[in-house]
Each structure stands twice: as structure tokens, then as C-alpha cells.
Write a protein that binds this ligand. Structure first.
Ligand code: ADQ
Length: 735
């Protein structure tokens, strides 16, 4: 069985090291638990940083740590103090983190940090390359390792790579700000499957791929140069049972068995039974909207004074990245706000806010989830937010209310929460009132619905889903590989070619013999192409035909010195060498004045597009236009045209960045068959790249060699990657 390896910035064990001795401490976080279930089941390794500063240990100590980690199937990357500072705190947390969370003002642009980020990503990739073999799968996590997929793929293309981003992927307008945007994009596209928490991030990523790299995308399949890459959404879950069971257990404990924290809470409740608790938990991070939340809580105290003395906000902030200046400033701001609010609304017996700046053991966390009437989770931007799910999972009585920011990925799944805009203090104040007075029946209905969903889609299901999807990506990719012309297939075609008495060869032009140009008039054949064609034509046994959607004047002009056959406008016009232009069906253009105004309207609305009028067709070109917009317009246009062309016997053809309307009853397949109908042929071959060529692939006899250029689905028997591959294939045949 092939293995699955996990790669993340941190290993699921941290190494506690006092300069002499060390111990391994297992991480009990949900992600670690979920992923451990994957790499242990599939016999893989977990590659990551152990948290040790490599400057502080010698070779011997490192070997000892490695050995201990080896027993846990972990393989450690070691980072020096400088690397930690520049790769982790610098580029990861000082550049990518703020930018991807839309905090442009905090983004640092430091070329040294970028260099170190690249180098450290290479260290991770090297470590992975040491442990993985062809056929294995590697699942890489998060924004610290965006370049690792490409680094692995380059060296070991037969390793399947999954990548999951735990934070938001920003819109193109934000992502484009980064000087290193291309490198990061290409880095990620080394993966075969790229996962995000929600569809919005996937959509942003795909739009960046289109705009920055110009790759075609159909649905969520990205047609990269040599591979299909799939982007998809996998909303991460939690270990639901763990929270639910721990909460049940805690509920059944006597007061004496409970923690000190709970005993304090109990005193508070006993003092006044109508008291209510609002809970907020996060890392102290500017993305979590903590100052906004505090101001909104003050607004609530102000607006609804009847709750003063009765409602307390327990605010838990886990210290985080406290070396970074923005985090230090945030800490001061939060300290000050808490002080102000407690000063303004508290008294000797009552503090509106209980503020804890520390991490808590799991049991305490569950106790808090269990005892709080409301969870107030208001990030200004958050990839997912697991605290929301943990709160819901811990509500074993099904009571409780979740107030949730619409800016958290989790809001997409939790429609039953009270959804707020974190910047709207008034709305949050009202939401608090609504939550604190919500009838129990309504609370139960809302919580139960959410519980059902997060129980089903746990972190284990999430991890399994991702792994299964990687397998499906392989199937899509293999569809291409299965048809790719191998050396054995090539040898066979060449042998049949040599033996054949008479041969017909149909070659599409744009995207097959030559690459696309923004301006189609610039896609002129070059000397290399003329050489190849002349070689093929010089063999009297060959009937070589260019079969294209182009108009006849252009092709005639370009190939006037080459004795080649031409089929133009998708089969409307045919010209055998030495003969005049001919057509196989009676076609007319009466329909053009009716259709043209529609196309003109689309040109007016879509900058960069234009109309080409061929003899028997009208074409709307959108290659030069802004990609996302023009694709939407193309769909609209097709839709409108379908309505208009119903009774006119017209065909709407979608080529590569063109929509063409032409007389029905003519296509490349019919034309090619017409061309060879009286010939005695031993070898037929057709090469083309877009779906107008599919007519040819379908119509030609079964024993024809039909070859698709590119990785899209096709009726052709074989595939080649690109124009260069077509040229070298034809050169090989003709030699
Ligand atoms: P985080 O930004 O860390 O994660 P979150 O998803 O809420 O945010 O996870 C926090 C975790 O820390 C929770 O499991 C919670 O129980 C724990 N925790 C919080 N406060 C604690 C405390 N005081 N003591 C102990 N434990 C505490 C990033 C992204 C998120 C994304 C996750 C997972 O920023 O958007 O949801 O990764 O992909």
C-alpha cells in the first residue's frame, strides 16, 4: 500500500528541552488528532519543525531527539534562530498572515525574509524527499509551506501532493499586492489537490490562477501546463465526541470533584441565580476582532443597562506571537479596554469582564464551554474558527446561543447562529440581548441542528474526505496519462505510417500547429512549421490538410507557397492543392444582420472583445479581454444566442476564447469525410486541440489516429501536451 505523509510547520510533538535533557510532549489539538489518524493508518511519516532552536543543541543531542521522534514516525526539520525569526515570524506571520487576512497595513515586505522563507521551504521539501517514494502521497499544510508542493513535484513528479490552506485565501486585488505572488502561486500549483475551508477562498484562488497565470479552468479543474490540478473546499471539523463526552463527564462530577475555576464560577452563580455568562475564546490576534468585541460589549452595557450586574463576559486570550510588534500593541489595547469597561460598569461585587491572558487545560476549556450561556465569536477575518464548533459540541443540554461573525469561514456552516458583522457594535449589542433572552426551546432547536452537522463532519471525516479526493484527482489525471502517446504507441504509429501506401493527415492550426496569440492575426506560421509541413508534403503518398476555423483569405495568404490542402471556417470552404475553393453545402448569410447586433452589444459591454466576420460565420473573440468577466459574458452570450438561433439552422460553436455562430450542417468532421470519400487510404490521422476538432475525432473511421492537444476530455484516442509536442511528433514521423 502506498504511504501518506503529513507535512506541517509544527510536528504533533513538541520537544521540551532544557539544554541538557529533553522530553516529547504530544499535541492534543484537533488537527493533530485528525491527521495522526491518517499518517498512522497509511504507514507514513510526519515531517515538521520540532520547536527546537538548532543553535541550542549539538549533534549528539539532535541524534537523540531524532531517534525519539523516529519512534513516533516523525521526522524533524531543524531551524536556527535566524530562520525562525525570518521564515516563521518574518515572512509567514509578518507578510502572509496579515495579507491573507486583509490587514494590508501590517504587511512587511522584506526581501531577506522572503529568501529565508524559500530556503526553509526547501529544507522541508528535502526532508520530505528523503522519506517519500514514487506512488506515495504527501499532504502539506498551511501558509508557512506554500512553496513546498512545487519543490517536491519537480524532483518526484510521481508523488501525489495534497495541500490544505487553513487561513483565508484573499481576493485577487489583495493577493496581487505581493511582490512574490507568482512564486507563491506556482508553489501551490505543484500540488494535485488544493483544499480550502470554504468555497469563497477556493474561488479567490482560482481567480488568481486565471489572472496571474492565464491557465484555463473548467469548474474547479485547473489546466496547468502538464497536469490537471483540482481546487476544492473541505470545511474542517473537530473531534466532536471528545468535546461532547468530556462535557458529559464534567456535568456528572460533584462540586468537590470540579476544578478550582468551576468552583469560582459556582460561587458567582450562587450569589445571584439570574446571572449569565458570555464566553469569548481566541488566540490574542488582531484578526480575531477582540477590541471590536470589547467595544461592542461596552455598547451593550450602555444600551441595555438592565443587564449590568447580571451578565459577565469571560474573555480568554491565548498569548500568541508576542515577539511581533502588532501583537504587543494589541495586548496593550485590550488591557486598556478591559480596564476601562470594568472601571465604567463594574462595582465592588461585579466585574463585567473576567479577562484571562493564558492557555487553559482541555478540561477547563470544556467546563467554560459547558457553563456559558452565550459564545461571542467575532473575528474580523478567520479561515474557519474551531472554537465555535467546540462550543456547540460541548452543549450537552442543547441550550446556549452562538453569536458568530460573518467573516469567519465557520459562519457558512452555522446558519442557526446569530450572525453579525464584527464592525457593527450596535448589531453585536442587539445580538447579545437577543441571545441572553432567547427562549430555551429556540436555543435547543438551533444548537441541535448545528450539533447534528458538526458531529457528522468531524475532523476525521474531513481528513478522510481529503485523502479520498486525492485518489479521485489521480483518476482524472490518469485519464490524460492513459491517452498520452507513450514511446510504444509512438513506435506503432510510426510503423503503420511507414507501411501505409496512401495517407491522409488533418492538422488543426491554432493551438495545434502554432500557439495562441492575443491578436489572432499575429499567429503567423514560422520557418520551423514550414519545414515540418514541407517535409510531410514532399512525400507523394501524403495528403496533408490544414483544417481550421480561420477564414480562407488568411490561410491562403499564409500558405500560398506551400502546396497544401486547406479546409476553412470549420468545414465551410475546401481547397485541394492546385484547385479552386469549393463548398459542400449551400450556405447563405441571411441570418447575419439578425445576429450581429447581439454580438455588438456584447463587444460594447466587454472591453477587449471584438467581432470577426468570416464568409459564413460571425465570431466573438474574447482572448484579449479580462478573463473572469469575459467568461461570464461568454456564458451569457451563448444563452442569448441559443434563444435567437432556434429556427435558423445555425450552430453556436465554442472554440478557444471564441464563440462562433455559423450555418448548421457543416463541421470539421463532415468536411474531412467529404475530403477523403473517394480516396483509398491506409493511414488517417487528425490532430486538434479544441472542441470543434471533436467532430473530426468522432466522424473519422475507427482505425484513424486521432490526437488531442492538451489535457481536456476528448473523443480522440490519444493526447499530446502542447504545440511543441505536436511539432516534434510530426518531425519524427516525417524523418
Ligand atoms: P487559529 O487561528 O488558532 O487556527 P481556531 O480555529 O479558533 O483558530 O483554533 C483555536 C484552537 O485553540 C481551538 O481548538 C481552541 O480550543 C484552542 N484554544 C483557544 N483558546 C484556548 C485557551 N485559552 N486554552 C487552550 N486552548 C485554547 C487557524 C486558523 C483558523 C482555523 C484553524 C484550523 O486561523 O481559522 O479554523 O487554523 O484550520
Amino acid at each position: 500500500m502506498s504511504k501518506i505523509h503529513i507535512v506541517s510547520n509544527r510536528l504533533p510533538y513538541s520537544v521540551n528541552h532544557d539544554g541538557k535533557n529533553f522530553e516529547l510532549i504530544e499535541s492534543v489539538g484537533g488537527l493533530a488528532t485528525g491527521l495522526k489518524s491518517v499518517y498512522t493508518r497509511y504507514n507514513g511519516k510526519w515531517i515538521g519543525w520540532s520547536g527546537v532552536n538548532s543553535d541550542s543543541i549539538d549533534e549528539e543531542q539532535r541524534a537523540e531527539i531524532d531517534l525519539a521522534l523516529e519512534e513516533k514516525s516523525c521526522s524533524a526539520v531543524y531551524l536556527s534562530e535566524k530562520e525562525i525569526l525570518e521564515y516563521y515570524e518574518g515572512f509567514s506571520n509578518g507578510t502572509i498572515w496579515p495579507l491573507f487576512h486583509y490587514f494590508n497595513q501590517y504587511v512587511s515586505y522584506n526581501a531577506n525574509h522572503w529568501e529565508t522563507y524559500k530556503n526553509v521551504n526547501q529544507l522541508f521539501a528535502n526532508k520530505v524527499l528523503e522519506v517519500c517514494e514514487d506512488g506515495d502521497t504527501v499532504w502539506i499544510h498551511d501558509y508557512q509551506l506554500l512553496l513546498v508542493p512545487e519543490m517536491i513535484k519537480k524532483i518526484k513528479p510521481k508523488v501525489t501532493i495534497g495541500f490544505f490552506l487553513h487561513i483565508p485565501f484573499p481576493s485577487f486585488e489583495v493577493f496581487r499586492i505581493l511582490p512574490w505572488r507568482m512564486e507563491l502561486m506556482n508553489g501551490m500549483l505543484g500540488a494535485d489537490l488544493i483544499g480550502f475551508h470554504i468555497y469563497d477562498y477556493e474561488r479567490h484562488f482560482i481567480s488568481c490562477v486565471r489572472r496571474l497565470l492565464g491557465y484555463e479552468v473548467s469548474f474547479n479543474q485547473i489546466h496547468a501546463d502538464d497536469r490537471i490540478v483540482i481546487a476544492d473546499a473541505f470545511p474542517m471539523g473537530i473531534d466532536y465526541q471528545k468535546f461532547h463526552e468530556a462535557s458529559t463527564e464534567i456535568m456528572h462530577k460533584t462540586i468537590q470533584e470540579r476544578s478550582d475555576l468551576y468552583k469560582e464560577l459556582e460561587k458567582y452563580f450562587l450569589a445571584s441565580p439570574d446571572r449569565q455568562l458570555v464566553l469569548s475564546i481566541d488566540r490574542l490576534d488582531y484578526t480575531k476582532g477582540i477590541p471590536h468585541r470589547l467595544r461592542a460589549f461596552a455598547r451593550f452595557m450602555e444600551k441595555y443597562p438592565e443587564f449590568r450586574g447580571k451578565v459577565t463576559l469571560i474573555m480568554l486570550a491565548v498569548p500568541s506571537r508576542n515577539q511581533v510588534e502588532e501583537y504587543q500593541k494589541l495586548k496593550s489595547e485590550v488591557d486598556e479596554l478591559v480596564g476601562n469597561i470594568n472601571g465604567s460598569y463594574g462595582d465592588i461585587n461585579y466585574s463585567p469582564i473576567w479577562y484571562f491572558y493564558r492557555s487553559l487545560p482541555f478540561d477547563n476549556l470544556v467546563e467554560l464551554y459547558n457553563s456559558s450561556d452565550v459564545a461571542l465569536i467575532t473575528p474580523v477575518r478567520d479561515g474557519m474558527n474551531l472554537v465555535a464548533k467546540e462550543y456547540v459540541a460541548s452543549r450537552i443540554t442543547h441550550t446556549g446561543v452562538l453569536i458568530l461573525s460573518e467573516m469567519a469561514g465557520v459562519a457558512k456552516e452555522m446558519g442557526e447562529a446569530i450572525i453579525i458583522n464584527p464592525n457593527n457594535e450596535d448589531e453585536i449589542a442587539d445580538a447579545l440581548k437577543q441571545a441572553l433572552t432567547m427562549p430555551v426551546e429556540e436555543q435547543k432547536a438551533r444548537i441541535s441542528n448545528m450539533q447534528e452537522r458538526i458531529q457528522r463532519y468531524s475532523v476525521f471525516k474531513w481528513a478522510n474526505d481529503f485523502v479520498e479526493r486525492i485518489d479521485k484527482v489521480k483518476t482524472v489525471q490518469n485519464d490524460f496519462l492513459a491517452k498520452k502517446i507513450s514511446s510504444a504507441v509512438y513506435a506503432n504509429i510510426k510503423m503503420k505510417y511507414k507501411k501505409a501506401g496512401k495517407r491522409a493527415i488533418f492538422l488543426d492550426y491554432d493551438g495545434t500547429l502554432t500557439s495562441f496569440h492575443k491578436n489572432p492575426q499575429n499567429a503567423i506560421p514560422n520557418d520551423e512549421l514550414f519545414d515540418i509541413l514541407n517535409k510531410l508534403i514532399s512525400d507523394p503518398q501524403n495528403i496533408v490538410t490544414i483544417i481550421s476555423g480561420r477564414d480562407r483569405y488568411t490561410l491562403e495568404k499564409w500558405f500560398k507557397d506551400v502546396p497544401i490542402n486547406l479546409i476553412c471556417e470549420h468545414g465551410v470552404w475546401l481547397k485541394k492543392q492546385g484547385q479552386e475553393w469549393d463548398t459542400i453545402t449551400a450556405v447563405n448569410n441571411d441570418w447575419m444582420p439578425m445576429i450581429r447586433p447581439t454580438l455588438e452589444r456584447f463587444v460594447d459591454r466587454t472591453p477587449g472583445t471584438f467581432i470577426e466576420e468570416k464568409n459564413y460565420s460571425l465570431v466573438w473573440h474574447y482572448r484579449k479581454a479580462e478573463q473572469d468577466q469575459s467568461e461570464i459574458r461568454a456564458n451569457e452570450l451563448k444563452d442569448e444566442l441559443r434563444g435567437l438561433t432556434g429556427n435558423l439552422n445555425l450552430e453556436i460553436m465554442e472554440g478557444s476564447k471564441v464563440i462562433e455562430v455559423k450555418n448548421g450542417g457543416v463541421n470539421k468532421g463532415i468536411a474531412a469525410m467529404h475530403f477523403i470519400k473517394n480516396e483509398q487510404l491506409d493511414f488517417i490521422m487528425a490532430i486538434g486541440d479544441d472542441w470543434t476538432d471533436e467532430f473530426m475525432f468522432k466522424e473519422l473511421p475507427n482505425d484513424a489516429y486521432t490526437i488531442k492537444v492538451g489535457i481536456k476530455h476528448t473523443a480522440a484516442k490519444y493526447k499530446v501536451e502542447n504545440v511543441e509536442a505536436v511539432r516534434s511528433f510530426l518531425k519524427g514521423l516525417a524523418d
